[in-house]
Design a protein around this ligand. Sequence first.
Ligand code: CA2
Length: 156
Amino acid sequence: MTTVVVLNGPNLNLLGTRKPEVYGSTSLADVEALCRTEAEGLGLALEFRQSNSEGELVDWIHESGREVKAGRCIGAVFNPGAYTHTSVALHDAIEGIELPVVELHISNVHRREPFRHHSFISPVAVGTVVGLGVHGYPLAIRALHRISLAGQETAS
Ligand code: CA2
């Protein structure tokens, strides 16, 4: 079965425990359940991961990119957390392995502090979902699925 990957960066394991005014009260386990329902409805398997380590996220991006090349994965929905605004390494990993990524943010980063307005990920993402809360995750999965189907049409 073809897989869709959902990667979450630092501190997203705290989702639902603090800052509900910014991130809502849904836990990361609830987000995983939302994603699984969406993926299964599209006939996809779900690989859902979270890490507080930049290097581990780089490794998962490489692994996902290789799976896409092998035709076993359609790409990744990626909430890089605060690494969005700092990480050249994550930018280079996505670009280097040519992983189709939909960048996702739960909050509307453009309405927040100026340091959240710049993303190192957006220039190497196929698209972004921003500020729609946790319901952005299933939308992003759906978008990746559409994009992968469109790619298959142009490839044949
Ligand atoms: O809005 C988003 O999804 C963010 O990627 C979340 C990051 C933040 O640094 C980005 O600017 C925007 C932070 C994730 C931390 O999540 C927490 C959840 C609950 C309590 C504390 C942190």
